[in-house]
Design a protein. Structure first.
Length: 672
């Protein structure tokens, strides 16, 4: 009988990984622990250097850490503070004399200050929770932040206490919350996220909000420092309207709250202009679609109606920053998997600063990056590169240059798989589909290679021409790897993404098969050695594929949804999924739910199929994988299940789990 496998570091000695490791000039599993990448660039107000988080992997603790470093705009880099820690959420005081950030340097997550004149740093809080969303008052005298604030509730029954020395079982847990557990966060505690203010020099924080709702996200001070603007869903029926947040203003003097926006749809990420007269934010009018474009709005804080600034842009907007003169804004968006940063004045004229932003997802090649600007248009952004994790780039006076080279010590003497962009025709609909082919090191076009189709999750996300440790490890093991953005992917316009609304999986399957055919047509693929894998939404599609074709020699279905009916009744965000991904409740739409569930086609499966999921995954719970494993067993299909202990949906958050995931995938393909 086949065993259910538990993934641990002790089980990684598989032929594919071992063979790749024999060639030290190729990327190996052990190299994952040497990876670094830059994130969260924060330019000093004077514009002469940038502070950023230098992320790295610690092989002894099997954790990813990130510490603050500085790089001047000539490229000289040094630690801002030094030591090992997790630093994040850094933000400069208005005059640039201090940097506030969150760190666990003192043992728990606290707010720390760094003084530029003395280069000293110290914690200035003794909080019982983890602060976030730090924001300076315009005069630099106050810091605002958000923090989960416990509000314990007594259980509805009283139980006798165990006698001294007795060993009773843990008492039952009573749950009546609407959203009671969250992927990566576990079971929800009693309480809510509230807003606090404290003197910038340290002291006792004062809680501004107290009602029984979550007040989170980016905080924006009014110019006079008398109030803070935030986003929240303060409706009594917030559970039934999970995406319907508004912007509010809370007064520091008495905690009174005034609503600023009022429409159906989310409003978030408020940002006040430097002159204090205008407010920019992100949101959209909710039409109950599974994907909707995030738009940029601006309004006069004196009372003018909101104006939509991006009505002509068919891509979702992210990360908005005001220009120093308050006449325009900088923002980012992804187009065709590329991260763009643009400037737009309030009259609508738009100019592009870069289309090379990205690189933050080192595990799989997802799009998305980060940037910062100073008032004169000086831009620092994370670079998307197919053979390097994110570095920092500086664009100043139309000259662009690279500031950091974090992985040259690792990759300067290694040959990575070459990444080639391809576009191909979809046989279903008038679409061109974008994808990327990754070639093995030492590729010889006269030879025949196995092909791995690797499918992204989401499904409303996008892959990009960015570094991917997982894909490079697959290529180093001698495989050609194809990854694509089939319909439903973002960054190709709203209509393309909405093709799968209430229709997923569907023709995105055909887009993937057309991509496989396009690579086979190049002439160097062994058609007897075709393999397919993907995680999350990619796991859904992998299970869908083996239920609709037998052309693949083996498949690995990672953290999938197998049964949409059971998924929406066990996933953490079930109130969102039932409203936006389906036409109604599952028991009222049984035929629809099952039509798009891979479990409905398990009787067609002949492909050897392995399941791989984290045991602490609450987004696509492991019960989905267990269903498919047992169904495949009943159907007589060769199968195995890999359970990753303690791992949430983001398996690669522990470096060894990333290595183990790829090792098991390659093992399964190697043996088939």
């Amino acid at each position: 009988m086949k065993k259910v496998l538990a993934l641990t570091l002790a089980t990684l000695a598989f032929p594919a990984i071992a063979n790749a490791a024999e060639n030290s000039s190729h990327f190996t599993a052990e190299d994952v622990f040497q990876l670094e990448y830059a994130s969260s660039p924060t330019i000093h107000p004077k514009g002469d250097y940038t502070v950023f988080v230098r992320n790295y992997m610690d092989i002894m603790s099997d954790r990813k850490y990130g510490t603050l470093w500085r790089v001047d705009h000539k490229g000289e880099m040094r630690p801002l503070i030094g030591g090992d820690a997790n630093d994040h959420s850094q933000t400069w005081s208005p005059d640039g004399s201090k940097l506030a950030f969150v760190s666990n340097r003192s043992g728990s997550n606290q707010i720390h200050l760094y003084w530029t004149d003395t280069r000293d740093q110290a914690p200035v809080t003794r909080l019982t929770g983890s602060p976030g969303n730090l924001s300076w008052s315009p005069d630099g005298k106050w810091l605002a932040f958000t923090m989960f604030t416990p509000a314990p509730e007594k259980p509805p029954v009283s139980l006798p206490k165990a006698p001294k020395g007795a060993e009773w079982a843990a008492p039952p847990k009573y749950i009546d919350k609407d959203n009671y557990r969250f992927d990566g966060g576990g079971y929800a505690k009693d309480g809510y996220t509230q807003i606090y203010v404290m003197p910038a020099s340290g002291g006792t924080p004062r809680q501004l909000t107290t009602d029984e709702y979550n007040h989170g996200g980016q905080l924006a001070w009014s110019k006079d420092g008398a109030s803070i603007i935030f986003s929240a869903n303060l409706r009594e029926d917030a559970f039934d309207q999970p995406a319907n947040s508004e912007l509010y203003r809370v007064a520091l003097e008495d905690g009174s709250i005034k609503q600023l926006t009022d429409r159906v749809g989310p409003d978030r990420s408020p940002s006040v202009s430097p002159d204090g007269k205008k407010l920019a934010w992100l949101g959209y009018d909710d039409e109950m679609m599974s994907h909707q474009l995030t738009q940029l709005y601006v309004m006069d804080l004196g009372g003018d109606e909101p104006r939509l600034l991006t009505s002509d842009l068919d891509y979702s907007v992210d990360e908005v920053k005001w220009a120093g003169d308050s006449r325009g804004v900088y923002f980012s968006y992804d187009r065709h998997g590329e991260g763009h940063v643009v400037y737009q004045n309030l009259n609508g004229k738009r100019s592009q600063l870069t289309d090379d932003m990205g690189g933050l997802s080192y595990g799989r090649p997802y799009s998305g990056g980060a940037f910062d600007v100073q008032g004169n248009g000086q831009l620092v952004f994370t670079l998307a590169h197919p053979q390097r994790p994110a570095d920092l780039m500086l664009k100043d006076n139309k000259v662009t240059r690279q500031l950091t080279h974090l992985n040259e010590d690792l990759f300067a003497h290694k040959e990575l798989g070459r990444v080639e962009e391809i576009w191909y025709d979809s046989k279903h609909g008038d679409y061109k589909i974008q994808g990327w082919v990754v070639y093995p090191p030492d590729f010889d076009p006269e030879e025949k290679y196995p092909l791995i189709l690797e499918i992204h999750g989401g499904p409303h996300t996008a892959y990009a021409e960015s570094f991917s440790a997982e894909v490079q490890l697959m290529a180093a093991a001698g495989n050609v790897v194809l990854y694509t953005n089939p319909r439903g992917s973002t960054s190709y316009g709203e209509a393309f993404a909405q093709e799968i609304h209430h229709n997923y999986p569907s023709q995105d399957y055909d887009d993937l098969m057309d991509g496989v055919d396009a690579v086979i047509a190049k002439g160097f693929i062994d058609e007897e050695r075709l393999y397919v894998t993907g995680g999350s939404g990619g796991g859904v599609l992998t299970a869908w594929i083996v239920g609709h074709t037998d052309r693949f020699a083996a498949a690995v279905v990672a953290k999938p949804v197998i049964n949409w009916y059971s998924f929406v009744l066990t996933a953490d965000m079930y109130n969102y999924f039932t409203k936006y991904w389906f036409p109604g409740l599952p028991w009222e739409n049984l035929e629809h739910y099952m039509k798009y569930s891979p479990i409905s086609y398990v009787g067609n499966v002949t492909t050897p199929t392995m399941l791989l999921t984290g045991e602490a995954d609450y987004r696509t719970p492991i019960s989905e994988s267990e269903q498919y494993y047992q169904a495949l067993k009943l159907a007589g299909v060769e199968t195995a299940m890999v359970r990753v202990p303690d791992a949430p949906h983001g398996i690669y958050s522990r470096p060894s789990n990333l290595i183990g995931k790829v090792a098991y995938i390659l093992h399964w393909f190697e043996t088939h």
